[in-house]
Design a binder for this molecule. Structure first.
Ligand code: AP5
Ligand code: ZN
Length: 215
């Protein structure tokens, strides 16, 4: 199953991706995570990506398309994959089509998680991440563990992302809003788009995703 998960920053892509990959046994390909790993390793890709990410801007298409193309060629994608946060521009969507054609594959479904803007800001400003394993929490929702123990790894150290500062959050949301409309129409015209209400309990959102994928 080759899936795309879309949604504005804070919509819950990472949260739902974790559940999807464990239920359907496919790898998660998150361009944001790949860039953050490159930044942590201080590679040239990371240094370039950081200049855009710190401002909440998109990393240029040719860079992003390049890392996805390499990642999709890896063997663990044979039985499917979940793209999280890619494509984010029409150019990326068209490049993905070319990559899929070259690999003899096709996208099976695109799931868009919709959440009102004020809720997105609230979610991002309260997000905490486990420094040890990357699990995502929130100071008010999604187990309020930020001062306790990580459910996944038992770690005790949580941090807030650099680009979750209020001024950067607004910029990320508006840039992504502008870019997402044409991609949503692109996939709607192909009959692949499923838009779901993400302003509900995490497990309710996941239940709807399962209904779509199990059809
Ligand atoms: P990326 O890492 O992809 O960030 P994003 O799209 O901004 O999305 P987030 O990870 O912030 O949010 P999410 O939807 O995963 O929400 P989460 O599940 O954590 O990208 C970062 C940057 O990298 C970009 O700005 C760009 O610079 C660059 N980049 C990445 N991809 C790119 C591309 N394709 N092209 C160009 N540049 C690219 O949830 C958020 C919070 O809400 C958490 O605290 C969570 O616990 C909580 N929560 C989740 N669901 C619920 C719920 N149902 N109810 C209550 N709380 C919830
Ligand atoms: Zn952890």
């Amino acid at each position: 199953m080759n899936l795309i998960l879309m949604g504005l920053p804070g919509a819950g892509k990472g949260t739902q991706a974790e559940k999807i990959v464990s239920e359907y046994n496919i790898p998660q390909i998150s361009t944001g995570d790949m860039f953050r790993q490159a930044i942590a390793k201080q590679t040239s890709l990371g240094l370039e990506a950081k200049t855009y990410m710190d401002k909440g801007e998109l990393v240029p298409d040719e860079v992003t398309n390049g890392i996805v193309k390499e990642r999709l060629a890896e063997s663990d994608t044979t039985n499917g994959f979940l793209l999280d946060g890619f494509p984010r521009t029409l150019d990326q969507a068209q490049s993905l089509d070319e990559m899929m054609q070259d690999l003899g594959k096709r996208v099976d479904a695109v799931i868009e998680i919709r959440v009102p803007e004020d809720v997105l800001v609230e979610r991002l400003s309260g997000r905490y991440i486990c420094r040890n394993c990357g699990a995502t929490y929130h100071k008010l929702f999604n187990p309020t563990k930020v001062e306790g123990t990580c459910d996944r790894c038992g770690g005790h150290d949580f941090y807030q992302r650099e680009d979750d500062k209020p001024e950067t959050v607004r910029n990320r949301i508006s840039i992504n809003m502008k870019n997402s409309e044409p991609i949503l129409s692109y996939y709607e015209n192909k009959g692949l788009l499923h838009s779901i209400d993400g302003n509900r309990e995490i497990n309710e959102v996941f239940a709807e995703i399962q209904q779509i994928l199990d059809k």
